[in-house]
Write a protein that binds this ligand. Sequence first.
Ligand code: GTP
Ligand code: MG
Ligand code: ZN
Length: 314
Amino acid sequence: MKAIVIKGTGSWYRVEELETHDIYNCRIRGKMRMAGIRSTNPITVGDIVNFDVETSEKDLVGVITSVDKRRNYVIRRAINLSKESHIIAANVDMAYLVATIDFPMTNTEFIDRFIVSCEMYRVPVTILLNKIDLFKHEDYREFIDEFKAPYLAAGYNVIEVSAVEGTNIKELDALMSDNISLFAGNSGVGKSTLINALVPGLNIKSGEISEMHKTGKHTTTFSEMFKIGDNKYLVDTPGIKGFGLLDVSKEELAMYMPDLFGRSRECGFANCTHTHEPKCAVKDAVKSGELSAVRYDSYVKMASDLEDDKVNYR
Ligand SMILES: Nc1nc2c(ncn2[C@@H]2O[C@H](COP(=O)(O)OP(=O)(O)OP(=O)(O)O)[C@@H](O)[C@H]2O)c(=O)[nH]1
Ligand SMILES: [Mg+2]
Ligand SMILES: [Zn+2]
């Protein structure tokens, strides 16, 4: 039988059978490893799995025997220096990166790392700028527009939303015709609150922001998929502190930043790394203001981290 994984806690997986839509609790048979991926979790939310039913008096239970090939996935280095990865979700139609300009403040390098990783595994990304209700005063407008500009220029959609006041929630809902929408970002940015706003009556747990540190408290602890229509799912994920890149070399990095890459064709050297070389069209574009210095700074930091491979996690 075939099912889609809707929650995984490491030892148990909650799956939905594809035809009957019955929910089964499954274990995995022995040690299962995905070919080529060293991961802390061999099976993730969004995976399509094959399973055998086991007889049980109470619940529907089963044993997962294999995982179908993934169309794409969102993956990050499990922790700094580790060669192991953590797969956040598989078969994702849109990754919504939830960011906030304050309470907590989302670091732009974190955003850029997340986007690069999504580009690598062909996951489309949209940025949601949440808690916009806190920044209504006109004094914030310029800052918000400056924050958004590099991403809009790179071709990403950036939507200002408020989960609390409902700003642009209808518009967001209209975009969710896709199969699986993932919500990711730092703890406390409002991923769970946004999902609650999109799905009235769902009432998943959301948490407070720490007064002291203006950061979230890691309220959501496991990724979980919520069905909101026929083949339409939202995935809530635990807040992530940093994002470590995997499987990308310094030479390849620019390929995954479309705004930079577009300029690199005019660089003087074919193998230009856009750092120390003369006649670099990327650096020229930053100087003239045509390319965002924020994105370029992230590129330089990521490239140097990839080089020494010591601190590739921010
Ligand atoms: N003012 C305001 N507060 C919000 C908004 N969205 C969420 N919050 C608040 O931010 C806090 C954290 O929200 P959560 O939804 O738990 O954040 P999360 O991203 O799911 O956090 P983790 O599960 O820890 O990763 C809660 O107190 C929410 O009420 C918003 O649009 N505006
Ligand atoms: Mg949450
Ligand atoms: Zn260059």
